[in-house]
Write a protein that binds this ligand. Structure first.
Ligand code: 4NP
Length: 144
């Protein structure tokens, strides 16, 4: 199964979701292919935000090898599920959907709640990590 994690900048939240999901898949021996992308292009080619890298490392997860990229329409073809962090991401990704097959792949990671953008608040990285971790655990329980 192939899963794409999407946020705005692809340097704070979706790299954490990408790293956490990969870590859980490896831990549980699950055949999952994970990637992440952003709807905005400001940081394309960069690694994750240092605050995300540090928070992940504090939980035993290395995300330093990730490289920021932009969400592209062909992601609808390649991925089985596309999980977004908030309602802006949802709107931006859905605006690129070509049909219902594309649209049904896109869901909020936390279903009925958003993962807030921690970019302007250092103190949010730790709670955001735990929100994403919970979301990833529930996705694995449901899908795998
Ligand atoms: P992310 O956070 O969407 O969780 O990666 C952000 C990162 C960068 C910016 C906004 C949000 N930015 O405006 O550069």
């Amino acid at each position: 199964m192939k899963i794409l994690m999407v946020c705005l900048g692809n340097i704070c939240r979706s790299p954490l979701a990408h790293g956490i999901m990969e870590y859980m898949a490896r831990e549980q021996g699950l055949d999952l292919e994970i990637d992440s992308a952003g709807t905005g292009d400001w940081h394309v080619g960069e690694g994750p935000d240092r605050r995300s890298t540090r928070t992940a490392r504090e939980h035993g997860i290395d995300i330093t090898n990730q490289v920021c990229r932009l969400f592209r329409v062909s992601d609808f073809d390649y991925y089985d599920h596309i999980f977004v962090m908030d309602n802006n991401n949802l709107r931006d990704v859905l605006s690129l959907a070509r049909n219902e097959d594309d649209r049904i792949k896109v869901k909020l990671l936390l279903r009925d709640k958003i993962v807030p953008d921690p970019y302007f608040d250092d103190a949010q990285f730790e709670p955001v990590f735990h929100m994403i971790e919970k979301g990833c655990r529930e996705i694995i329980e449901e899908l795998v």
